[in-house]
Write a protein that binds this ligand. Structure first.
Ligand SMILES: *[C@@H]1O[C@H](CO)[C@@H](O)[C@H](O)[C@H]1NC(C)=O
Ligand SMILES: *[C@@H]1O[C@H](CO)[C@@H](O)[C@H](O)[C@H]1NC(C)=O
Ligand SMILES: *[C@@H]1O[C@H](CO)[C@@H](O)[C@H](O)[C@H]1NC(C)=O
Length: 239
């Protein structure tokens, strides 16, 4: 963020904190005119200010783009070449699921642009385990093979589909979802995200590879500590 952006964010943040701490936010929101709201939205980005207090979208930029300090900004800055392996004859991974990302971390020009991309590579029989993206919906386009996909809504309902080449599927923001190549050929998908940094929370890793106490997990999964330790061992990073 530029200095001005950091400052404006600080001013707006302090204002909200003050209002929320004073408990007067319903009064505060009731006094807002549409113009105030659109002004605050322009300061704050895509957040829901219609009487709510949830702020979870990427902030909008007040500048055309944001470059890291001292970066050379030319055509190359806005170009990402990391997906070239798809077309330049590189051998694709043969046994493991692999994701190649083009998010703000790999492609700094995406900062504040609210978009990013990923290439998903599925040798037959591999899966992208259940996970969520806390900051964005995902729009998956299947460019090769066949792919089973699904997500579960907050009511616990599963929405599943077997995609054919050329099909597109949307995983709503924040919901648990997965992909599985049950076919006999390679599957390749491209996914677009409505955030420069959608974030990934993998359920197996988050639950069983972050040091959550065995007893907590055993009670949560209605099993015993031995089973939990087996699950943890399977997910431990191999040297
Ligand atoms: C940017 O360049 C200036 C002078 O070349 C240097 O003093 C400064 O530390 C650099 N800043 C960063 C963040 O690299
Ligand atoms: C193929 O593209 C990748 C980037 O996706 C690059 O790292 C690699 O060096 C390229 N290989 C050849 C042979 O050009
Ligand atoms: C992948 O498909 C090939 C045939 O195309 C088959 O020989 C192999 O067993 C399959 N592997 C898995 C894991 O399904």
């Amino acid at each position: 963020m530029t200095t001005w952006e950091t400052e404006k964010r600080w001013v707006v943040d302090s204002l909200f904190l003050l209002v929320l701490q004073s408990g007067g936010y319903s009064y505060f929101f009731s006094r807002l005119t549409l113009c105030h709201i659109s002004f605050l939205k322009s300061l704050y980005g895509q957040e829901n200010l219609n009487g709510g207090t949830a702020f979870s979208g990427d902030p909008d930029s007040l500048t055309d783009f944001i470059a890291p300090p001292n970066a050379t900004v030319d055509g190359s800055f806005f170009t990402f070449t990391g997906f070239g392996f798809l077309v330049n004859g590189t051998q694709l991974p043969a046994d493991k699921f692999k994701v190649v990302k083009a998010t703000m971390a790999e492609f700094p020009a995406l900062n504040c642009q609210s978009v990013s991309y990923a290439t998903l590579l599925f040798p037959n029989g591999t899966t992208n385990p259940p996970h969520t993206h806390p900051r964005a919906a995902e729009l998956l386009f299947l460019v090769d093979g066949e792919l089973q996909v699904g997500f579960v809504d907050t009511a616990g309902k599963l929405y599943a589909q077997t995609l054919q080449v050329g099909d597109m599927f949307v995983f709503p923001k924040g919901l648990v979802h997965f992909q599985y190549n049950a076919g006999t050929s390679y599957a390749i998908a491209l996914s677009a995200f409505g955030s420069a940094s959608a974030g990934t929370v993998s359920l197996p890793g988050t639950l069983f590879a972050t040091g959550i106490d065995d007893a907590v997990l055993a009670k949560s999964f209605k099993t015993d500590v031995g089973v939990i330790q087996k699950l943890k061992a399977g997910l431990a990073v191999k040297p």
